[in-house]
Design a protein around this ligand. Structure first.
Ligand code: NAP
Length: 297
């Protein structure tokens, strides 16, 4: 046992530091005549998507970006949506394009993602960016896993040589996160719904990242004493409370450090979207950005 309660990793504080750094970058780019431009494409009226898009819009405006939301009706056809994307690809004032997912059922999200200019794909989902991550080449990478790595960097959680369990293998979170941890010289186990004896995989790990979508899946007694626990899960209980994939109270007694839900990984996702957009703007405009050393929260 670690003998004391875990340190709580403050995602809001780390995200605020990332956003402040992005604001500085945006000022620098704007002074050179290249104000970062983010276009968000929203198809239909999904209420959760409306909230996400509003939050991204506000955060991008606060960062000093030129942000526009393209609202398309739920009846938009595949061709119309791809034509809208092509227009944004061709627009030199747009440096980042984000197509809010999920799309209405009649639309093929993979085809839309492939239609994006990879240099403007700030969600990091275009096959060219997926390949870049796999190959260790420069590119734009998914925001939530990048936010997990940034949280580790800013909160004294080294990855080098550590045993990391990533639970969940989605294209959006688990798989890219496993690759990012590997690129940082961690030894990674990528677990999923068919993993046998998940508890022992977690028990062997010095860092555990849960990205599943099952409330309270990871029990406290699975956690190796002193391990770092990053909880990506966002689940609503029947009482409407937002909880993660980890039994937080149980894990608090064993972990060395833990992210809360809400207030852990969540705030980092938007911060990394802003960081990707500023980086895309710099790359498209041929401006070298100094990479700031990670700062602690
Ligand atoms: P997803 O696409 O549904 O993937 C879930 C993964 O969990 C799958 O790989 C699945 O395995 C695995 N899984 C399901 N049940 C399992 C079990 N009992 N044991 C072990 N693995 C299991 O979900 P996602 O998009 O990656 O999102 C995961 C969670 O993160 C959700 O709660 C989501 O809301 C949250 N999230 C949060 C943020 C944020 O900003 N904080 C961003 C994105 C997602 P199989 O592949 O075998 O089916």
């Amino acid at each position: 046992m670690s003998g004391s309660a875990a340190r709580i990793i403050d995602g809001k504080a780390s995200a605020a530091l990332v956003r402040a750094a992005v604001r500085e970058t945006a000022l620098h780019l704007t002074a050179r005549g290249h104000r970062p431009g983010l276009a968000v494409v929203l198809v239909g009226e999904d209420p959760a998507s409306q909230v996400y898009v509003r939050n991204k819009d506000r955060a991008a405006s606060e960062a000093g970006f030129d942000v526009r939301t393209l609202r398309l009706p739920a009846t938009t056809t595949q061709e119309e949506l791809e034509r809208a994307v092509a227009g944004l690809n061709a627009d030199a004032s747009v440096h980042g394009i984000l197509v809010q997912l999920p799309l209405p059922k009649h639309l093929d999200a993979a085809r839309v993602v492939c239609a994006l200019d990879p240099a403007k794909d700030v969600d990091g989902l275009h096959p060219q960016n997926v390949a870049a991550l796999m190959m260790g080449a420069p590119g734009l990478f998914p925001c939530t896993p990048a936010g997990c790595i940034e949280l580790c960097d800013r909160n004294d959680i080294p990855l080098e040589g550590r045993r990391v369990a990533v639970i969940g293998r989605s294209l959006l979170v688990g798989k890219p996160l496993a690759l990012m941890c590997l690129a940082r010289n961690a030894t990674v186990t990528l677990a999923h719904s068919r993993t046998r004896d998940l508890a022992s995989v977690v028990r062997e790990s010095e860092i555990v990242v849960a990205a599943v979508g099952v409330a309270g899946l990871v029990r406290g007694d699975w956690i190796r004493p002193g391990a770092a626990v990053i909880d990506v899960g966002m689940n609503r209980t029947s009482e409407g409370k937002l909880v993660g994939d980890v039994c937080f109270d149980e894990a608090m007694a064993r972990a060395g450090a833990i992210t809360p839900v809400p207030g852990g990984v969540g705030p980092m996702t938007i911060a990394m979207l802003l960081k990707n957009t500023a980086a895309a703007c710099a790359t498209l405009c041929g401006i070298a950005l100094e990479v700031a050393a990670p700062r602690k929260s």
